[in-house]
Design a protein around this ligand. Structure first.
Ligand code: C2E
Ligand code: CA
Ligand code: CA
Length: 274
C-alpha cells in the first residue's frame, strides 16, 4: 500500500511539472486508426494519452488519467492534449488527408469545467482546425451527472460542427429511455461486446442488436477492441459503420500513423490471416 501511495505521489509530481510546462515530451499522444467499413478507408484516429518519464517509465492512461481527474490537473493537461491532437490533425491535412478526423477523449470534469466550449473554440481557432474533423469522445458515465446541462453543452458543440461519440457504450449509466434525447452522433460499443464475439456462441451475441439500435436512433455504430477476423466478419455482416482495434492497428506514434496511412491499401483487412 505504501508503494502504491508513493507511486501515485510520483505520478502526481510528474503531472504537476508537465502542467506547469516544465518538461519536454513526457506527456504525448499515440494515434489508433479507425476504419470505415463502408468505404474501407481510414476515416480517423483516436488520440490516446501516454506518460513516459525517466523516473517512472511508461505509465498507461488507465493509471494516470484518474489521478489527473482527482487533482483537477486534467484541465491544463487536457488542453495540452487538445493542442497536440490538433497539431496532428494539421499534419494530416498537410499530407492531403483532408477528411481524416481526430477523436479526443474528454473527461466529465473537463466538459463541466467553466466555459469548456469557449476555450475549445479558442484553441480550434488558434490551430485553424475544422470542428467537422474533430470527434469528442465522452464515456457513458458522463451522463450520470446533470444530464440537461450536459445535453445543452453537447447541443452547442454539435451546432458548431463537432461530432460527439458516447464511448464504452453499453456498460451502464445512460439509460435507454434517455438515449434518443441525447445530442450525440455515434455510439462506440464497449470492448466487452466485441470480446464476446470471439469467446462465446456468436448466435447468442447481442452486439448486432446494439448496432441496429444505434442505427434506429440515427447514430453511427463504432466497434472498438477488434482483434480477430471472426469479429470483423460479424461486424461487417451486422452493418457496423466503423471499427478500431489491434486487427487494424495498435495505437501508433505520430510518424508511424502517417506512414500507416501512406502504406495502407484498400481491402487490406480482407487479406489478414487470423
Ligand atoms: P478508451 O477510450 O476506451 O480507449 C481504448 C483503449 O483500448 C486504449 O487503451 C487502446 O489502446 C485499447 N485498445 C485498442 N485496441 C485494442 C484491442 O484490439 N484490444 C485491446 N485489448 N485493447 C485495445 P489505453 O490507450 O490504455 O487507454 C485507456 C483509457 O484511458 C481510454 O479508454 C480512455 O478512457 C482513457 N484515455 C486515454 N487517453 C485519454 C485522454 O487523452 N483523455 C482522457 N480523459 N482519457 C484518456
Ligand atoms: Ca475513447
Ligand atoms: Ca472505449
Amino acid at each position: 500500500m505504501e508503494a502504491q501511495v508513493n507511486r501515485e505521489k510520483d505520478i502526481m509530481e510528474a503531472l504537476t511539472a508537465i502542467a506547469a510546462g516544465d518538461t519536454g515530451n513526457d506527456l504525448y499522444l499515440q494515434y489508433q486508426p479507425i476504419l470505415d467499413l463502408k468505404t474501407d478507408s481510414i476515416c480517423g484516429f483516436e488520440a490516446l494519452a501516454r506518460l513516459n518519464t525517466a523516473k517512472l517509465g511508461l505509465v498507461g492512461p488507465d493509471e494516470f488519467i484518474p489521478i489527473t481527474e482527482k487533482t483537477k490537473l486534467i484541465i491544463p493537461l487536457g488542453e495540452q492534449i487538445i493542442y497536440s491532437a490538433l497539431r496532428f490533425l494539421k499534419r494530416l491535412r498537410e499530407h492531403g488527408y483532408n477528411n481524416c478526423c481526430v477523436s479526443i477523449n474528454i473527461s466529465a470534469i473537463q466538459l463541466l469545467s467553466s466555459d469548456f466550449t469557449g476555450r475549445l473554440l479558442e484553441i480550434v481557432g488558434e490551430m485553424q482546425a475544422d470542428p467537422g474533423n474533430i470527434v469528442i469522445e465522452l464515456t457513458e458515465s458522463v451522463f450520470i451527472a446533470d444530464i440537461d446541462r450536459i445535453n445543452g453543452i453537447l447541443r452547442k458543440l454539435r451546432q458548431t460542427g463537432f461530432c460527439i461519440t458516447i464511448d464504452d457504450f453499453g456498460t451502464g449509466y445512460s439509460s435507454l429511455a434517455r438515449q434518443k434525447d441525447l445530442n450525440v452522433d455515434c455510439l462506440k460499443i464497449d470492448r466487452h461486446f466485441i470480446d464476446k464475439l470471439a469467446r462465446t456462441d456468436i448466435n447468442k451475441a447481442i452486439t448486432g442488436d446494439i448496432i441496429a439500435m444505434a442505427h434506429r436512433l440515427g447514430r453511427c455504430a463504432v466497434a472498438e477492441g477488434v482483434e480477430y477476423k471472426k469479429q470483423l466478419s460479424y461486424l461487417k455482416a451486422h452493418n457496423c459503420d466503423k471499427v478500431q482495434g489491434y486487427l487494424i492497428s495498435k495505437p501508433l506514434d505520430e510518424e508511424d500513423a502517417l506512414e500507416f496511412l501512406k502504406k495502407r491499401r484498400p481491402n487490406e483487412t480482407d487479406n489478414i490471416k487470423y
